[in-house]
Design a protein around this ligand. Structure first.
Ligand SMILES: Cc1ncc(COP(=O)(O)O)c(C=O)c1O
Length: 505
């Protein structure tokens, strides 16, 4: 065979991505560190696991400890920048910043870099508590917009661009629009439309896309925030992809926000002792996503579709889908399953307890009306079988309720913005007093009250407390809802701003 003949043999299909994406700089630097037999005289003090509790090493594996090393500042920063550049390319961003404290820290850093005390910011009221914490940190003044609600199901179906336009019209000095999309329940706001509205007024758009790191990597998933034109977005690679818990990224695009200022805010707010395996896991996750993501996500979408239709056939269950919610194509994450259990005469909270404690199924979360499940690239036919089997057993133990009582949803009316008496920061630092829950209506909240999950504050500092929110919290507590934020987690009392009752509506 001649050389020419060899050259003419069929070539493998062209790589969909440039070869650079086969690299994972943070994984490789770790491999080199270990190959060199390096002996650390730096923290962490467990020294490659030799000093760690043997039972813990047995549980977690010696490899984790051997990978928990410090590279030195210069090597660390250089390698991190290389890995971040590859991730920026993957997500279609100009700049990507790796986060070791979740999308929570992305929310803190982005707002600290883009807002000043007193600045107005248009914020969707279904915000995560970390975005609210960012409002407290910055002292910004939120102009809340509510997600629209499905008229019968009472669930949030995204923030409408017209509502953003109206908020910007009413508040011309607003510096930023900040939205959560998708919601915890997988509903994606039309980010392209919102971005058009905001950019027409020269206002930047920031998206908390914590639940959508996989968006844009499969044709059946909604677009990523970057593809939709957002200026900044944080996304938790640990939530719906394969990196380790706490890992996340912050993406930036275009010239409306000062990338260096955001990068400085990230450095300011992150730990100075990052866990290298955690950062390397983002790098490896990005490589996996770029090289095999579409196929892996295709399988997850297919598994979720199978689970959705089988669960929907069980007596007493209803699985929310785009059709029932009146959503268009690519407006609902098909890998998130929201299973209504009211037809079983159970709250979602009770159903989750049974699934976890007796049926070896661990849902993502639950609220009064539903159980929420995430199907990801880590699922298999066997794991989905266990899920359907668990629900089948749950349904078999119950007589379906003839006329289920509709219960309020954690992503519905309970997130309506209340009257704003002061900024979250002013209320957080104001003199406060504890009052019995029943007496808190009409007072100004001094603390966050956040049912978990989904982590969206029902009460936000600075808001006038509405009685229907108190009723929701009381009912939730009676059914075992877990609440974070208040000084008194039993909710017997609430902290309100000391002084007269608010005059705000
Ligand atoms: C909408 C939203 N944003 C941010 C976060 C925080 O993400 P992380 O856990 O990565 O800090 C969450 C967590 O559940 C969330 O639901």
């Amino acid at each position: 065979m001649t050389t020419t003949a060899i050259r003419r043999t069929p070539q493998p299909p062209a790589r969909r991505r440039p070869f650079k994406h086969h690299r994972a700089p943070l994984v490789e630097v770790l491999e080199r560190y270990q190959a060199a037999g390096t002996v650390p005289f730096s923290c962490p003090g467990h020294k490659l696991g030799h000093g760690a509790d043997p039972a813990l090493v047995g549980l977690l594996g010696p490899e984790l400890f051997a990978a928990d090393v410090w590279l030195g500042t210069a090597t660390h920063d250089r390698t991190l920048r290389d890995a971040e550049a590859l991730a920026a390319d993957a997500w279609g961003a100009d700049r990507c910043l790796f986060l070791g404290n979740g999308s929570s820290s992305g929310n803190h850093a982005f707002l600290l870099a883009t807002l000043e005390p007193g600045d107005e910011v248009v914020v969707a009221r279904d915000l995560h508590k970390s975005l609210l914490a960012a409002l407290i940190l910055t002292g910004a003044r939120p102009v809340y917009v509510a997600p629209r609600l499905h008229p019968e199901l009472g669930v949030g179906v995204g923030v409408h661009p017209d509502d953003v336009a109206a908020a910007l019209q009413a508040h011309p000095p607003a510096r930023l629009v900040a939205l959560t999309s998708p919601s915890y329940f997988g509903v994606a706001t039309d980010l392209e439309a919102v971005t058009r509205v905001a950019h027409a007024r020269r206002v930047a758009v920031y998206v908390d896309q914590a639940w959508g790191p996989h968006f844009g990597f499969h044709p059946q998933l909604p677009p990523s925030a970057m593809a939709a034109g957002a200026d900044g977005a944080t996304t938790s690679t640990h939530k719906m992809l394969s990196s380790l818990s706490q890992s996340s990224i912050l993406n930036l695009r275009g010239g409306r926000v000062a990338a260096d200022r955001v990068a400085a805010a990230v450095k300011l707010t992150q730990t100075t002792s990052p866990l290298l395996p955690l950062l390397a896991s983002i790098d490896a996750c990005r490589r996996q996503l770029v090289l095999d993501g579409e196929a892996l996500l295709g399988r997850a979408v297919e598994l979720a579709a199978g689970a959705r239709s089988r669960l929907g056939m069980l007596p007493g269950l209803q699985v929310l889908d785009a059709g029932r919610l009146g959503l268009g194509p690519r407006q609902l994450d098909p890998t998130k399953l929201v299973v209504d259990v009211a037809g079983l005469g159970l709250t979602g909270l009770a159903a989750e307890r049974v699934l976890r404690q007796r049926l070896a199924v661990a849902p993502e979360g639950s609220d009064l009306s539903s159980v929420i499940l995430a199907v990801t690239i880590g699922d298999t036919v066997a794991s989905v079988e266990q899920l359907v089997g668990g629900f089948t057993a749950l349904c078999a133990q119950r007589v379906p309720a003839a006329a289920p009582r509709p219960l309020p949803r954690s992503w519905g009316a309970v997130l309506a913005p209340g009257g704003q008496a002061m900024t979250p920061r002013e209320a957080y630092f104001a003199a406060a007093r504890a009052v019995p829950l029943a007496e808190a209506a009409g007072q100004v909240a001094a603390e966050l009250v956040t049912p978990y999950p989904p982590g969206m504050p029902v009460l936000a500092p600075g808001e006038v407390i509405a009685s229907d929110k108190l009723a929701y919290l009381a009912e939730g507590r009676a059914h075992g809802m877990y609440v974070r934020g208040p000084a008194d987690p039993s909710l017997a009392t609430l902290r309100v701003v000391a002084g007269d009752r608010s005059e705000a509506p």
